[in-house]
Ligand binder design. Structure first.
Ligand code: ADP
Ligand code: G6P
Length: 464
């Protein structure tokens, strides 16, 4: 069986904790299989030459890490400008936050060419190449142009919007055509796969040539839905270790007279944090018995702070939390504990277990792994309740969660109250069903399913 080569913009040392679904899932996958992980080193070189970057290759346990530096101009245009200033907002249905600048598209193409130039010489004949996420959509086309004939798969970790939104991107034809250089393109759920099918039929007049197989631009691409999961057993092992147990005990002791609700997210506008905080305020207004009792622990890790919209969301959140604590708080109780930090991964299961309710309420999310981690961390005898947005990819699978519409403040508050009041038997029933699902469709299933499907496809001809 060929070596696995994973390519993603964000790399993480698989031996160390990371925040962000992609790095967490791939770190866990690669630690098991070994192989090569190629991506950006995280280093930005001031004054470097655009389209150039030094590559550092080293061993991290069973994984070879190949880390590429980027110069300031490339990083600005490719990561900040195009990936996070155009693709991230549009793919999360936020056309209002997208800034289209042709220089950024140029930088995006340049960095994808640079990735291809540096990666191609490292590839062996029978490698299986798995490219991840919106930063690297044109990478396979660049590799094919250099003569790469390896099997190449692509997985999009974020949603794919329907054609009326996607086509607002000025270069959408070029972008979507680039997907036809892959052998297999994977999405998080069936809705996204449907959007892909709608796009290629309407815009590229592609013919479906079999189940989930499309032909256009002289190429055939296979597509499928592969919902990503977590490493349930590993996360539960983490939950039994000392750090998680200590965190559980100290959190329980500190909040002994309170009901805890928890949110754990990157500080991103897609996560619906202001809407969540407003729903919590509505809960306190509608159901006063929660005052002096319910506390929302919101942990938001700093993310993409050099992108304008992220500064705006941070200020909005700080002001909202401050005003609720000012309006409702008392000498011995603050309704919201807002922590702007990444929490050590080994403490997370303990925190999740100490909480009665998790609020996973994005406005749009490819999957959302926090929802799955929360369920995996619960004590099955006395489990907490998951409140989940209908707009998270996870809602397609996690039907026994309490599903909310995060835009409906009043409705969300009512559901949070339902979660806080749920009987033990109903909590157990829902938790058991959710556990069964996240166990069956865990990260190993995801990886196996994608790679087996990729291996079963024929290598695509060189893209036109
Ligand atoms: P995204 O990929 O958009 O960041 P996910 O919910 O899919 O969202 O994945 C987030 C991952 O990062 C999860 O594994 C979660 O535990 C971790 N994470 C997110 N925020 C924090 C935080 N503040 N501290 C520690 N880990 C975090
Ligand atoms: C999401 C994206 C990933 C990204 C992660 C963290 O999970 O799908 O591609 O790595 O967020 O964002 P960052 O910009 O810090 O890599």
């Amino acid at each position: 069986m060929g070596r696995l080569v994973v390519v993603s913009n964000r790399l993480a040392d698989p031996r160390k904790p990371a925040a962000g679904g992609l790095a967490v899932a791939l770190g866990e996958t690669l630690r098991r299989t070994g192989g090569l992980w190629f991506g950006w080193s995280g280093k930005v070189v001031e004054g470097g030459t655009p389209g150039e970057g030094e590559l550092h290759v080293h061993q991290a346990g069973s994984v070879t890490l190949a880390e590429l530096d980027l110069c300031q101009d490339d990083h600005d245009a490719y990561y900040r400008g195009y990936a996070n200033g155009v693709l991230w907002p549009v793919f999360h249905y936020r056309l209002d936050l997208a800034h289209f600048e042709s220089g950024h598209l140029g930088g995006y193409r340049r960095v994808n060419q640079l990735f291809a130039r540096k990666l191609f010489p490292l590839l062996k004949r029978d490698d299986i190449v798995w490219i991840h996420d919106y930063h690297l959509i044109p990478l396979a086309a660049e590799l094919r142009a250099m003569g790469c004939e390896a099997r190449i798969g692509f997985f999009l970790h974020i949603p794919l919007p329907p054609p009326p939104i996607l086509t607002a991107i000025p270069s959408h034809e070029w972008l979507m055509r680039a997907l036809f250089a892959y052998d297999l393109v994977g999405f998080q759920n069936h809705a996204d796969l449907q959007h892909f099918a709608q796009y290629v039929q309407a815009e590229a007049t592609a013919e479906p040539v079999g189940a989930n197989q499309f032909r256009a631009f002289n190429s055939t691409v296979h597509a499928g839905a592969f919902p990503i999961g977590i490493d349930v057993a590993d996360f539960q092992r983490l939950g039994r270790a000392k750090e998680a147990r200590d965190t559980y005990e100290s959190t329980k002791a500190e909040y002994s007279r309170r009901r805890l609700l928890i949110g754990v997210d990157r500080l991103d506008y897609s996560k619906g944090l202001p809407q969540r905080i407003r729903a919590f305020r509505e809960l306190l207004r509608l159901y006063p018995e929660n005052r002096h009792s319910a506390t929302l622990l919101q942990i938001a890790s700093p993310s993409r702070e050099d992108v304008e919209a992220y500064g705006d969301i941070q200020r909005e959140l700080e002001s909202l939390c401050g005003s609720i604590n000012g309006d409702f708080g008392d000498f011995d109780w603050m309704p919201i504990r807002y922590i702007h930090r990444t929490v050590a991964r080994k403490r997370l299961p303990g925190l999740y277990r100490a909480c009665a309710v998790a609020l996973v309420t994005p406005l749009r999310d490819g999957m959302n792994l926090v929802a799955k981690e929360f369920v995996a961390a619960q004590d099955e005898e006395d489990p907490g309740v998951l409140v989940l947005s209908r707009f998270a990819g996870a809602a397609e699978q996690m039907k026994q969660a309490l599903i909310i519409n995060p835009y409906d403040t009043h409705g969300a508050a009512q559901v949070i109250q339902q979660a806080l009041q749920m009987s033990l038997s109903e909590r157990r029933e829902r938790h058991a069903a959710l556990m069964e699902n996240i166990r069956e469709f865990d990260v190993h299933w995801w990886c196996r399913e994608f790679l087996d499907t990729l291996r079963a496809t024929r290598a695509a001809p060189v893209a036109a």
